[in-house]
Design a protein around this ligand. Sequence first.
Ligand code: SF4
Length: 351
Amino acid sequence: MKLDWSDIRRRTAAGEGVREAEALAMTALGGDELRALFDTAGAIRVEHKGNFVNTCGISNAKSGRCAEACSFCSQSAHFTTDAPKYTLKSADTMVAEAHAAREAGVREFSLVASGRAMTNRAELDTVKSAVSRIREETGMQTCASLGLMPKELLAELKDAGLQAVHHNLETARSFHANIVQTHTWDEEADTVRAARDLGLYTCCGGIFGMGESWAQRVELAMQLRELDVDSVPLNFLNPRPGTPLGEQAELTAEDCLKVVAIFRLVLPTKDLIVCGGRSVNLGQRQDEIFRCGANGVMIGNYLTTAGRDVELDLDMLEKEGLVIRPPPHKPHAPSLRAAVRAEGTDANGVT
Ligand code: SF4
């Protein structure tokens, strides 16, 4: 299939994602045509997001001992790994981590807990308390990733001040059973729909490099478009020893950039955040993610692995001419270094 780049650019600039057949054709590109894909995706990122970049950070609020068996995850009790195991942190600890993340440049902060779903009343109340305080004290966008949550519990969290829900589909519907047998793709999607129906900002993506085909990567992009999520975290598998995917290593840096670019053109107006596996899979080419369409990055540590030095990430954003987007409930955008390092009041008005 011959791709008409000027027509693709016109349609995606208008907010219309490319057709599935076009996205599939993009997966096979190399040479000058691949350059055209990257350049188009980078331009469409600027068209819809300007030079703003989302920065998110997480607290691994509860780790390990999970009864589910997701093949990529070192926190499953089904696998023998060196992932930390602990019960839910106190609200004080989570709030302190949020303050530290804000100091480092993070503007969206997520409390992430292992387990199928957080339905325990005491745990839920602790998270609600932490969410309220983080929103009040830091002004960051509050997010939680608590598993397959029912709508009524998400509504409780929203009432406590939660603004966003993170829940990944992990992979395309047609490949999900290869990766997870303890719950279904449709259960994952139901959590995302519940959050969306409550008016919460939905952050929902997947992991690449688990053995899925390029067609299944496009399938996931189309399914995310159908779910109309707000933000798509793109994770690249960092194989964890002891998990069924512990020996899996198949992505090149170019593959990762191609994923970013295709997702930008399928989902031209959405937030695209590069998260886990960035350093391992992209190495020296990490700064190219923005030129290929990403408008966000996770800063600091991941769930069970260390992230890149925060200063290196801030340098990367500055070099790319990007500024951190403030949370939606805050009125004005800061300049990058001024917001993160200035003494006294920063451009978000938080001292
Ligand atoms: S991804 Fe979540 S649900 Fe799956 S094993 Fe890990 S902690 Fe459990």
